[in-house]
Ligand binder design. Structure first.
Ligand SMILES: Cc1ncc(COP(=O)(O)O)c(C=O)c1O
Length: 372
């Protein structure tokens, strides 16, 4: 079976699992202990912090380890809101549930939230962000790239706007870090979410970049780990895995980007050639190199997937509620009809896909499509 669902999660790189394995065996100390075992564990955590910082051009003391993207997003949003106690927040209508749901919670506490619309490519505009800023705006949260379409948001331009007005800017870069270069300084972000299992690290570990000079309140309370911002004894092996995945991603970035772009172009081309009327959802060029979100005429994505499912693992954006398929909110927000949204597949490539696999996957999808 060919794995084409790398936006859901990636396999752990062998280099990452051996670093974690060694850590689990040899580095069992508590990083807070002052004896040799603790010092060794602390050193492993700090090395990983530098590796993660190196991937996004941050300083090591700006990286705070979390249990993943969901926690990093909650920390950024609720932690900023609790600092200001009230105010207005700007986001987009295509954010991940781990941004949407903390914001709904903040609305229930009295915060005002503006959900910006997106254009047909699934992108917000910096001018829309600017137009919606008011004197109460405390936070802007816009994702770097969308998990369903791969469209990359104009984060750079939004960062400039936020910086010029002095508003905290959070960016959920869960899908971008490790796939495309992400530089916290050129993006002008204050807070940025990093998720290990999207780039060949383990699950259950991530990080929040907090720019020096930006402060947030903790959302959980405990001892002084991670400067009291994220208390709890560190997941040392997970952190070591994330660190290793970060240094690998930095080393392989150019090759990964080029190879995934090349292979996804071939796959898209094959589908276009053999299935008249396929539509690519999202921006044609401002996109993640690995992500293809494609609508197939007159079939449901779910049935297409189940007929090609013996050969490929991919996903649909549709969700099943009470036995009925509902179209993806992201696709419908882009103005895509329910019918086209329900006929879409998200195919997300990874670093180990080969040209042979891509040709087999294309054939499997075309064969399944023709069987309707
Ligand atoms: C854009 C985006 N943000 C946040 C997350 C949450 O990451 P996790 O499930 O590891 O907490 C995901 C995971 O799919 C994601 O795609």
């Amino acid at each position: 079976m060919i794995y084409l669902d790398n936006n859901a999660t990636t396999p752990v790189a062998p280099e990452v699992s051996s670093a974690m394995d060694k850590c689990l065996r040899d580095t069992f100390g508590n990083p807070s202990s002052s004896h040799k075992f603790g010092v060794t564990a602390k050193k492993a955590v700090e090395t990983a912090r530098e590796q993660v910082a190196g991937l996004v051009n941050a300083k090591a003391d700006e990286i705070f380890f979390t249990s993943g993207g969901t926690e990093a997003n909650n920390m950024a949003l609720i932690g900023t809101a609790m600092k200001y106690k009230s105010g207005h927040i700007i986001t987009s209508c295509i954010e991940h549930p781990s941004v949407m749901n903390p914001l709904k919670h903040l609305e229930s506490l009295g915060f005002n939230v503006t959900y910006l619309p997106v254009n047909k490519y699934g992108m917000v505009t910096a001018s829309d962000v600017l137009r919606n800023i008011n004197k109460n705006t405390i936070l802007i949260s816009i994702m770097h790239s969308n998990n369903e379409t791969g469209s990359i948001q104009p984060v750079n331009a939004i960062g400039k706007v936020a910086k010029s007005i002095g508003i905290t800017f959070h960016c959920d870069a869960a899908q971008s870090v490790g796939k495309v270069p992400v530089n916290v300084n050129s993006l002008n972000v204050n807070l940025l979410t990093i998720v290990s299992h999207k780039f060949y690290g383990p699950k259950g570990i991530g990080a929040l970049y907090i720019k020096n000079g930006t402060s947030i309140k903790p959302i959980i309370y405990g001892a002084s780990h991670e400067h009291g911002i994220r208390p709890g004894t560190e997941n040392v092996a997970g952190i070591v895995g994330l660190g290793k995945a970060s240094s690998l991603a930095k080393k392989e970035m150019k090759h990964r980007t080029e190879s995934m772009k090349h292979l996804s172009q071939i796959l898209h081309g094959e589908l276009q050639k053999n299935i008249p009327g396929v539509k690519l959802n999202g921006h044609a060029s401002r996109r993640l190199p690995n992500t293809l979100n494609i609508s197939f005429p007159n079939v449901s994505g779910a049935s297409l997937l189940s007929r090609s499912g013996k050969e490929i693992a991919a996903s649909t954006g549709s969700a099943c509620h009470a036995g009925k398929l509902t179209p993806s909110d992201v696709l419908t927000a882009m103005g895509i009809s329910d019918r086209d949204a329900l006929s879409s597949l998200r195919i997300s490539l990874g670093r180990s896909n080969t040209i042979t696999q891509i040709r087999i996957a294309a054939k499997a999808i075309v064969k399944a499509y023709r069987s309707f």
